[in-house]
Design a protein around this ligand. Structure first.
Ligand code: UDP
Length: 418
């Protein structure tokens, strides 16, 4: 019976893969027909300069294998010749990530891809475009390998939109500033290393904030918040609005370093480096629930204490945090209260590092569901949050986003005027 089911499965997968090949081939031919004027133009250009119209270029996939792709020698959209490789079945539209060149690039991890063939597009490109750090590369590719044709097409569409929205091409320098506030242009991994770093270079607890559209809008009219953000030990840049602002300031952001994507990775690193956490903030019982959920997911995670965020006496809370011996403090009191609270009290805190994390515990306790991956992939988490809490988030997003874009416009004009 089991053998029969297996046979069935193989026959079925074979069938689906054959169908997919037919769909892929048909789509490639349709695209080539649509691009025929461009193909003719490029061929004419190459005849004019006495060159063969098409050349072969070497690419390398994540496993280290070389993939040959066609490219036009002369003319616009040279890589449009890649579609010929798809029609010939040498590569897929969506598949294993490839990089131009024959030698491996340092810092690029090599691993065996779960995808059948190399692809012109892949989910890692999409995640790089928005700086999303949702999962490790292999897990993302495993999910991609299970896509059907429609999901592949949707992914390519998202990628095209995101590449247009969050164009790259600026500077990638580590320390920069926007709206007069300094920030660290870091990868998520480096941000977590900074939080978990146990050698103290200063006597006070190190403090890190996440700069997002809301905190920038608030800081524009709240001088205390502006100077607090300027005086932090590290600011991370969070969200698609900030990515657009960075792009207009000529900066390419390394990652979207936000608290929600950071927390799972931070918990893993905290277990490995034997750091302990204290969760302060949110409504009664929420931090406790978030702590329990995290401990269940990350075995060995040391959460020394939790407290809700509606307290009057700072002294009692600080006493409780210090008594707990926690090395990392997460403060979720909402902006600007959390930043101002940390700035006022950091010299009294014994922990190594404290982060202001907004509504983080609401997500991890399950009180508010997190945006689906496709929305996060497109930098649309804010739309989800607006849908979840339309009344309380109306001002922040419906009014705040256009105001922020206007600030970006002013920022761009001032940079041009320099
Ligand atoms: N909060 C708090 N004490 C306060 C005000 C707010 O603990 O005095 C909590 C609130 O319950 C919520 C979080 O702070 O859990 C703020 O969430 P918000 O969505 O505003 O943060 P964001 O992530 O958008 O910055």
């Amino acid at each position: 019976m089991a053998a029969q089911t297996n046979k069935h499965k193989i026959a079925f997968t074979g069938k689906t893969s054959a169908t997919r090949n037919v769909i892929r081939f048909t789509f490639a031919i349709v695209l080539m027909v649509a691009l025929l004027p461009l193909y003719i133009l490029n061929t004419l250009f190459s005849m004019l300069v006495l060159k063969a119209p098409i050349k072969r270029e070497n690419w390398i996939d994540v496993g280290g294998d070389v993939v040959e792709l066609y490219s036009w020698q002369v003319g616009p959209f040279k890589s449009s010749a890649n579609i010929i490789n798809v029609a010939m079945g040498q590569v897929h539209f969506v598949g294993t990530p490839i990089i131009r060149g024959t030698t491996s690039i340092p810092n690029v991890k090599r691993f065996k891809s779960p995808c059948e063939k190399a692809g012109l597009y892949d989910c890692l490109q999409l995640h790089r475009a928005t700086g999303l750090v949702a999962s490790d590369e292999l897990t993302l590719l495993e999910a991609q390998a299970k896509h059907n044709c429609l999901q592949d097409a949707m992914m390519v569409l998202k990628l095209v939109v995101c590449k247009a929205l969050y164009k790259k091409g600026g500077s990638t320098q580590g320390n920069s500033q926007m709206f007069g506030i300094p920030f660290a242009n870091t990868k998520m991994h480096d941000a977590i290393n900074w939080v978990c770093q146990s050698e103290q270079t200063q006597t006070n607890c190190r403090v890190g904030y996440f700069l997002n559209v809301n905190s920038i809008n608030l800081a524009a009219s709240n001088k205390a918040l502006h100077s607090t953000l300027c005086a932090s030990d590290k600011n991370f840049v969070d969200g698609s609005g900030m990515r657009i602002a960075a792009q207009h300031s000529g900066i390419d952001l390394a990652d979207n370093v936000n608290g929600t994507d950071m927390l799972p990775l931070l918990c893993q690193q905290a277990v490995q480096t034997e750091q302990s956490l204290f969760l302060l903030g949110a409504k009664e019982g929420v931090a406790e629930k978030a702590g329990e959920a995290l401990q269940e997911k990350y075995a060995g995670l040391d959460i020394r204490g939790t407290h809700h965020g509606y307290f009057n006496s700072d002294d009692d809370i600080i006493e409780q945090i210090n008594q707990s011996g926690a090395t990392i403090l997460l403060v979720a009191l909402g902006s600007p209260r959390q930043e101002l609270w940390l700035a006022k009290n950091k010299h009294r805190l014994n922990c190594q590092c404290a982060l202001a994390v907004g509504g983080l515990f609401d997500f991890f306790s399950g009180a508010i569901p997190r945006a689906p991956l496709w929305m996060r992939e497109m930098g649309l988490e804010w739309v989800w949050r607006l849908m979840q809490e339309p009344k309380s988030k109306f001002n922040r997003y419906v009014i705040g986003n256009p105001v922020f874009l206007f600030r970006v416009f002013i920022l761009k004009q001032s940079i041009r005027g320099l």
